[in-house]
Design a protein around this ligand. Structure first.
Ligand SMILES: [Zn+2]
Length: 49
């Protein structure tokens, strides 16, 4: 059975730098400060599908 995953995309450059396991109990979108290697700094990353 394939595990569902969602990507976290940098809100500045749009690249999908992280993938996390989807949590079916969670309904709202994740927004996390993560390091973007393309921007070279910590930026807001948003969950995509
Ligand atoms: Zn970026």
């Amino acid at each position: 059975m394939a595990q569902k995953k969602v990507a976290l995309a940098c809100s500045v450059c749009g690249s999908r730098n992280y993938t996390i396991p989807a949590n079916s109990n969670r309904t709202k979108r994740l927004e996390l400060n993560k390091f973007c290697k393309y921007c070279g700094k910590y930026t807001l990353h948003k969950e995509t599908r």
